[in-house]
Design a binder for this molecule. Sequence first.
Ligand SMILES: O=C(O)C1=C[C@@H](OP(=O)(O)O)[C@@H](O)[C@H](O)C1
Ligand SMILES: C=C(OP(=O)(O)O)C(=O)O
Length: 409
Amino acid sequence: MRLQLFAPHNKKIQKTIAITGSKSETNRSLLLQALFPNIKIENLSNSDDGEVMQRGLAKSSGEVDIHHAGTAMRFLTAYFASQEGKQVVLTGSKRMQERPIKVLVEALQSLGADIQYEKEGGYPPLKIIGKKLKKSQVSLPANISSQYISALLLIAPSLENGLELELIGKITSVPYIKMTLALLEQIGVQTSFEGNKIKVAPKQKVEDNTLVVESDWSSASYFYSIAAMCEAGTEIQLSSYKQSSLQGDSVLAEIYKDFGVETTFSNNTILLKKTTEIKSEHLEYDLSNAPDIAQTIAVTCLGLGVGCHLTGLHTLPIKETDRLAALQIELGKFGATVDIDSESLTLQPQSNFNIGVAVDTYNDHRMAMAFGPLALKADFMVNDAEVVSKSYPDFWNDLKTLGFDIVES
Ligand SMILES: O=C(O)C1=C[C@@H](OP(=O)(O)O)[C@@H](O)[C@H](O)C1
Ligand SMILES: C=C(OP(=O)(O)O)C(=O)O
């Protein structure tokens, strides 16, 4: 589906949007619920990634296909490996078969797991024969994806002696590891994270518990970008959010102050207010703790004619697509000058945009959603716009609610 996007007539937007639960919290909560069935979950994500996780957890044999969902791939690998009596082939989309999983597989194998590669070594699909894992100590590299670490931590309370992880190298995407530990703590599991060591105590049963998933901050990023590109006086209210979030992407509230967007928290909502015009001509952020908002920020900067230097982006080449390469190409279509290396992106400021461009999305929901707000500055098209369903199926409808004119072309 190709969509043509046009800006709202009124660029002083005043609207309210309800966003569903964080996909990261959802997929962790679902796994914990599979281990401890007396856990209840509220405000689940309605994303494809949440759905494939639910379907995967319901299976105990045959093929489990998690499509593009990185968290489902990594979390289910650990889950099935530790479930005696279950035997599956865990697979995913063509891209998922290019996303590395060796670090996690080797860590699980050293704990005693039976996992074999069905095709290329180091990559899905995986043949997993579930076993009772008896060992409780493992070391693994921490600089490639935090999802390997979260996957191990999530199954840790169900292992007879719990788990001790030693993390090697610089730890990436740290807030996601802390989110996993916080959810374990919420269900009564003892954890500690000191230096490069994480410990999780075993737990056979947990008290009845309801995990209330906060709405998705990565999804909120697109509304920050819209607010930043709108006229002063714009107010966009989003629910349901907390001031003390488990999601690292809540750093948006700080970052977007630089773009003239103030955030007010009240009664489980955030109000994004565009107060002032941006003053800087060049912005710099280290996004190693919040990699999923890199595309949003790059496009906001393009829209506002601001230059930026984004660092800490070393995980972007192994996400849904190589996001650094994809950004360089697609920002370039609007006339932008973009330099990339293996962990950073630099955008030069510019004031005119090419119009009528067709943005390619590379099976990456965030390529589509990050560019969406740019319709406030230039009419353009988005190819394969349905990709948004990976994390935010209602995205285009919510943009229409804000007054964007969106038609299929
Ligand atoms: O644990 C999680 O829920 C996630 C961790 C991050 O991945 P990396 O740790 O691979 O950067 C993030 O990009 C992804 O969208 C979700
Ligand atoms: C990187 C992402 O997802 P995952 O790794 O879970 O596929 C994302 O949603 O931006």
